[in-house]
Unconditional design. Structure first.
Length: 452
């Protein structure tokens, strides 16, 4: 029985997809690429923006159009946010985030109901197909499963779930536990990292829906019980001590977790990448207040400067929303000026997307789409300039590039990967190996390392 997966959205979704893949492998399923012939298609959805919703719907409909006889399954945040999703005729099974751990069981039950699998005692097996099935291309005798684990050199580890910040624009607290915070015990995380290392992974990305709340079980006066982030700090230290692991990268962090004590406590963690993704969203205090963000631009900048005291040329990256309700030209200019002042290594830029059920959806002064588009284009152009400024600061020879994928460019095939500061490089495929760490000097195309 062949099954294909498509993952949309955040690193947490990618981690959860890998968990689902493992569950189906244990049941004897073969994993194939999403554009290949399969009996089951699973779309791990996202709902962070209206565009994410639309993409989720498009992928569901595309899968059904391409394989009308296959079982089409949607899981995740879009399922939890759209209460009418089960009316979608392209969809055969819809499972929210709380049901992801049950997906193998639920899919098998549906396949048995459809007569495509049979159950004898406690054993479930694929229904025997006829010669005509094979001839039609429905089943391939030489079909093989793409092992997604082997394609990755970085393993995503979800150690935390849920968010209780309730930003005025965001649905995630409502579709990810409705404000409930959950953390994976540190010993379980260490065990999983050791398993990943034994499988050949060299880098792990520690992530969560609100990673800075790792270890928090109750909401304190300012949103945190552990204001200094000690549970996360201790977890990083434990992972750092795992033999064979080469690099640790962190997911998005709340700026307030960055303190002198927190950074000093990580001083001996030599495997921790000097790459910090600090959520910002706006460089204007008035906009941040309407967003219900819990810091000011001055506090944010203070955290960035602290990081730069403890790490040499760290990569500071962030997310920015343009066109939030009430954002005037003056407020946008303040954001632009603040971004310039911080000197980010990279930006993720989003146009504000109205989400029904959020506070921001009811706010006055919604911004015209053409204005949002124009502001987004300005920031995209500026972000390219700022990224190039950061890249020019990289020392040579460039160190510790971990190659993980191929890319064609101008008719040439390159092996590409990232250094510890998340700058992407490429090299002639004949001069390096996948999953290998390489250091070298920058050069012209075809003559050595190039920046992608």
């Amino acid at each position: 029985m062949q099954i294909a997966f498509l993952t949309l959205g955040c690193k947490v979704n990618f981690y959860e997809t890998e968990k689902m893949i493992k569950a189906f492998k244990n049941e004897g399923f073969t994993i194939v690429d999403f554009d290949k012939n399969a009996d089951v298609y699973v779309i791990n959805t996202c709902t962070v923006t209206n565009i994410a919703d639309r993409k989720s719907r498009q992928m569901i409909h595309r899968a059904k159009k391409n394989a009308p006889d296959a079982l089409i399954v949607a899981v995740g945040c879009y399922v939890d946010s759209d209460h009418d999703i089960e009316k979608d005729e392209s969809l055969d099974l819809a499972l929210g985030n709380g049901d992801k751990s049950e997906i193998a069981k639920r899919v098998i039950e549906e396949l048995i109901k459809r007569g495509k699998m049979i159950k004898t005692s406690d054993k479930v097996t694929e229904k025997t197909y006829t010669e005509s099935d094979c001839a039609s291309g429905r089943i391939h005798e030489d079909a093989f499963g793409t092992d997604l684990h082997k394609q990755r050199t970085r393993a995503f580890l979800k150690v935390q779930d849920g968010c209780n910040q309730f930003c005025s624009y965001c649905l995630i607290p409502y579709v990810r536990g409705r404000g409930e915070l959950k953390s994976t015990p540190a010993d379980e995380v260490v065990k999983e990292v050791k398993e990943k290392v034994s499988q050949g992974y060299k880098e792990v990305v520690i992530t969560g829906i609100h990673l800075s709340s790792y270890g928090v079980s109750e909401k304190g006066a300012n949103g945190f019980v552990h204001e200094k982030g000690l549970p996360l700090q201790n977890l990083i230290k434990m992972v750092n001590d795992i033999e064979g692991l080469k690099r640790i990268r962190l997911g998005s962090l709340e700026p307030r977790i960055i303190t002198k004590e927190w950074l000093e406590g990580l001083g001996d963690c030599e495997k921790l990448c000097p790459h910090f993704h600090l959520s910002l969203q706006s460089g204007c205090d008035d906009t941040l207040k309407r967003m219900n963000r819990h810091y000011t631009t001055a506090e944010y900048l203070e955290r960035v400067e602290l990081i730069r005291q403890y790490y040499d040329n760290p990569a500071i990256t962030t997310d920015v929303i343009v066109g939030f309700p009430g954002e005037t030209d003056e407020e946008f200019e303040r954001t632009l000026g603040f971004l310039e002042k911080v000197g980010f290594a990279d930006l993720h830029i989003f146009q504000y997307s109205m989400r029904d059920g959020t506070v921001a959806a009811k706010m006055p002064d919604q911004i015209d789409p053409s204005i949002k588009k124009k502001r987004s284009e300005i920031l995209i152009d500026k972000s390219k300039e700022w990224r190039n400024n950061y890249i020019r600061l990289q020392d040579e020879p460039v160190k510790n590039i971990l190659f993980e994928e191929y890319e064609m460019r101008n008719g040439l095939k390159y092996l590409c990967g990232f250094n510890e500061r998340y700058v992407r490089y490429g090299v002639d495929e004949k001069t390096a190996q996948m999953h290998e760490f390489v250091s070298g000097k920058l050069a012209k195309v075809g003559d050595g390392l190039i920046i992608f």
